[in-house]
Design a protein around this ligand. Sequence first.
Ligand SMILES: Cc1cc2nc3c(=O)[nH]c(=O)nc-3n(C[C@H](O)[C@H](O)[C@H](O)COP(=O)(O)OP(=O)(O)OC[C@H]3O[C@@H](n4cnc5c(N)ncnc54)[C@H](O)[C@@H]3O)c2cc1C
Length: 472
Amino acid sequence: MGRREEEYVTNPEHFALVVIGAGSAGKYVAQDAAESGWRVALVESGRVGGECPYVSCMPSKALLREARERRSGNRPGSGTRAWAQAIAHRDAVASGRDDGSAAAAVTASGVQIIRGYGRLVGPRRVRVTLADGAVRDLTADHLLISTGSKPVVPSVDGLDDVEVWTSDRLLSDDVLPASLLILGAGAVGCELAQVYSAYGTDVTLVESADAVLPQEDPIVSHALQQVLDAGGVRVVLGAEAVHAATVSGGVELRLADGRQIQADRLLAAVGRRPNVRGLGLHHLGLRDDEAIPVDARNRVRGAENVYAAGDVVDIGAFTHVADYHARIVLAELGVSGRRRDRDDRAIPRVVYTEPPLAAVGLTARSARDQHIDIVSHVGQIDETARAAAEGDGPLGKAGAHGGLVIVHADRRTGELVGAAAIGPGADSWLGEIAVAIRARIPVTTLMDVVHAFPTWSEVLSGAYAALGEELA
Ligand SMILES: Cc1cc2nc3c(=O)[nH]c(=O)nc-3n(C[C@H](O)[C@H](O)[C@H](O)COP(=O)(O)OP(=O)(O)OC[C@H]3O[C@@H](n4cnc5c(N)ncnc54)[C@H](O)[C@@H]3O)c2cc1C
């Protein structure tokens, strides 16, 4: 018996790896490590699988699919009936928000799931408070913190006294409100605005910046705004909410310019913050009100054998980022894959509206902030043969095949540094640009890439050619 095994026998609460948070990042690492023979404890206070399968990505994508079908006439009948069908699809996709089969698969891989709230009581000591109030004290050779994020409720006068909905709650609720006020036109706000408006809800999307998706290139943000407008969403930009109050049957929001908006429901979609409060991070010398600082191998700065992954480190709150962090940590632990630094240059950002908006790498503004001299080109999707074959139409109308892509190349290196697109299938074909950025493929080589005819991705052939001319 090795030293480690002896330790496990004498102390059954000692593990090779303790993971706090069984979401996309934590579940992945725990399962792979256990399958490689590690003794693993996975501490989870909610559902095994975290947010994505039950209350975020999957139910929202299921509803967006139904909304798309409804807009294109494939879900006829009254809004209420079609909504009931959409909710049934959403709940089936989200496994009825039941984590039973996910938990069974994790347990089958050899992980010990401990259902309770975990917090640090020492650098690699975790105290878990179980549902019945009992406590378990775990120690670990290695610790992973993957506790995700929480929605931010903006500080607006009076908001504490009104009922504020978050996306988790809305995506678990069956009611189709007559009107919905969404604060924040980021990915979550835009997606849910499009869902509810498809079923006849009167949706107002209020954003303090002067564009929807204000972090993206203005040309795609503006195109998405047109799509939302055309779908009946009232988009109010540059609007500062100053006061909220409960009124009969709903909520009233007053804006700084004096306008008042009333709705049955108020959804706060102004962003999320890392879930760190109460975790006892001071035992690692860290603050409990900001993202966990990690190096390029997801090692927590200043703490030995402690890692953090996913939303809690706040480097792009996406499931594919959580998965990427998990792969980096698994390599670092020596479980699987080559040890390497993370590369954050080519992380895709997608909004699954119809049509989808996808972006990767830098925007013109972030390139400028980094003092990178770029050349850019805008390509129009309705100039592709595919758009002609599918039947043309202005962006935003049901059945339309318009859209655009903007690509940015570094003038000095001749390589792509970023792109954004809105249009049919953009969420998939923009992946090509993620590869180009990650692999630093020169534009001169990209100009030689053959895109199948007639595909949406042919818009990239024209864009690469135009960039090539500029760079020559
Ligand atoms: C509406 C919405 C739609 C989205 N759609 C997409 C999408 O289409 N594509 C995409 O890539 N991303 C999407 N995201 C983002 C995605 O959901 C997150 O980036 C992803 O789930 C993060 O995974 P994670 O492992 O970091 O955290 P989570 O999945 O949140 O897991 C963290 C887990 O830790 C547990 N936990 C927290 N604290 C403790 C504690 N102290 N003790 C024990 N357990 C604890 C929580 O209960 C939770 O289960 C969406 C988000 C929202 C809100």
